[in-house]
Design a protein around this ligand. Structure first.
Ligand SMILES: [Zn+2]
Length: 495
């Protein structure tokens, strides 16, 4: 279960070593930290009862049993000298690291024991001699945890520098590092950083948390409130990436935003996919389990990721600007790319993935701003008129206003003569689905014919009561709404 609370994230800083020994000291600190965590893990193994304590009692209890002080000269479990001499917060960090591993190990072990017992009982019932072959979990063989710098182990964190308390191999010393990375945003507070070595470089991972945060109300509660504003979003793969409109509960649009750039991305990505195809044809047989064209694939991935972040950020900013409290998307269906060349199919597939990414990224960005996202049924949102439910005519300006051309920019309603941008019109339907969602079709409570009866020719489609069948199939419920604007563009334009 995801606990929904104040937004948290981690900022990553590159650590710059100001003295030649700093790197070695970081390694020494990590070694000592892992050595201590391993020893405390041993304590949990020897006394598993400690794991049943409340989470805030574990560290004090373990310290009382293992740490030598003036009042407690002979603790029950005497640690080796190097662990006994640890600064208090290093010890606590090591205990916490050991606690995490111990909890995970013992819960795995218990699961394994249960599994074994069940297996043996089954074997006994069947009166067979079966051997349980699943191996039991083992305690961590190698300790490679990253040291946490709790309060008192880091200071002067300015965004340009930081001081860390490190073990030099003989004593503890304050060591200064240069850091580069993002600034801590206003209204967020800093937690205990961790030093992490990746690809030979040291990084400082700093968790931050928003100070003041009001958890937004649930969708069901917000839906009932008639004063709220929503931001309805229609995502596309042609021309516009997204069309967003701010709406109130009676469907009036207060602001519109088009996010463009889809064609440009499509073109750039197609070129890169074409390059992959050409290089693959030159190579001939590809080696199994080895990634080919790594650089090109990384570029393609990065392009998509960048655009998804850019678009989701703009959507959320738009909602924040107009104080909309819910961002409404459509459920994304399973789209199959059209038949065609490798680069065309791959490109289309990635365009569909991108829409999923945009929704995913908007979700957490909106949550950080105290807003929520939700999704509605997409059936018919671009096909039918918002006001009267008539089948729309979709066309390209300058061409005949007939039929439905997939992906064309304009829609026209033959009944109410309303003329509008197709994407903007879809957002009207999306917004309406949010405020008055279609009722779920009644469940079938009859008896389904058996497979044998079906074979004999009994109809199967009785899974839905016949009266509701047509409605449930289209997913379209003709809504009763306000009348459309009295003057539409078509009427206003003299022919
Ligand atoms: Zn109409």
């Amino acid at each position: 279960m995801i606990r929904r609370s104040a937004p948290k994230k981690t900022l990553r800083y590159r650590l710059h070593l100001l003295t030649p020994q700093s790197g070695a000291w970081l390694v020494e600190t990590k070694k000592l930290f892992n050595h201590s965590a391993e020893w405390y893990f041993g304590v949990f193994e020897a006394y598993p009862d400690f794991l049943n304590l409340k989470s805030n009692e574990v560290v004090p209890t373990i310290e009382k049993k293992t740490h030598r002080t003036k009042h407690n000269p002979r603790p029950k479990i005497a640690p080796p000298a190097e662990i006994d001499a640890l600064p208090a917060y290093v010890r606590r960090a090591a205990i916490m690291a050991a606690l995490g591993s111990a909890k995970s190990f013992f819960s795995n072990l218990n699961q394994w024991k249960d599994q074994k017992e069940k297996f043996e009982e089954k074997a006994r019932k069947k009166k067979k001699k079966l051997v349980f072959r699943v191996r039991p979990p083992v305690p961590p063989r190698v300790w490679n945890r990253n040291p946490s710098f709790y309060q008192g182990l880091y200071k002067n964190f300015t965004g340009k520098n930081v001081m860390l308390k490190l073990w030099t191999g003989s004593n503890w010393a304050w060591v200064k590092f240069g850091i580069t990375g993002r600034e801590v945003p206003d209204g967020w507070s800093v937690g205990s950083p961790q030093a992490i070595n990746r690809n030979g470089h040291w990084y400082l991972h700093v968790p931050i948390q928003k100070d003041e945060y009001e958890v937004p109300k649930k969708v069901e509660e917000q839906r009932k409130e008639k004063e709220i504003l929503i931001c309805a979003v229609d995502l596309n793969i042609g021309r516009n990436f997204a069309c967003c409109t701010i709406q109130n509960s009676d469907g009036t649009i207060l602001a519109t935003l088009y996010i463009r750039g889809a064609e440009a991305l499509y073109g750039r990505r197609k070129r890169e996919l074409g390059r992959v195809a050409v290089r693959r044809s030159q190579t001939g047989i590809l080696q199994p389990d080895v990634q080919d064209n790594q650089y090109l694939w990384r570029h393609i991935r990065a392009m998509g990721e960048y655009e998804a972040h850019r678009i989701s950020r703009r959507i959320v900013d738009f909602a924040v600007l107009h104080e909309a409290s819910v961002i409404v998307f459509e459920h994304l269906g399973h789209f199959q790319p059209h038949k065609g060349k490798y680069s065309v199919r791959g490109n289309e597939k990635r365009s569909y993935w991108l829409r999923g990414k945009i929704v995913q990224f908007s979700k957490y960005k909106a949550w950080n701003e105290g807003k929520i996202t939700c999704r509605v049924n997409p059936a018919g949102t671009s096909r039918f008129c918002y006001w009267d439910g008539t089948k729309l005519v979709r066309f390209t300006p300058g061409q005949l206003i007939v039929g439905y051309t997939e992906g064309a920019p304009m829609v026209y309603c033959p009944t109410c003569h309303h003329l509008e941008n197709a994407d903007r019109h879809s957002t009207r339907n999306i917004g309406h689905r949010f405020f008055s969602p279609p009722k779920p079709s009644p469940k079938w409570d009859g008896v389904r014919p058996s497979a044998h009866e079906r074979k004999l020719g009994k109809r199967v489609d009785v899974a839905r009561p016949t009266t509701e069948r047509g409605k449930a199939r289209t997913g379209w419920h003709r809504p009763a709404r306000l009348s459309p604007p009295t003057v539409s563009l078509v009427e206003a334009t003299p022919l």
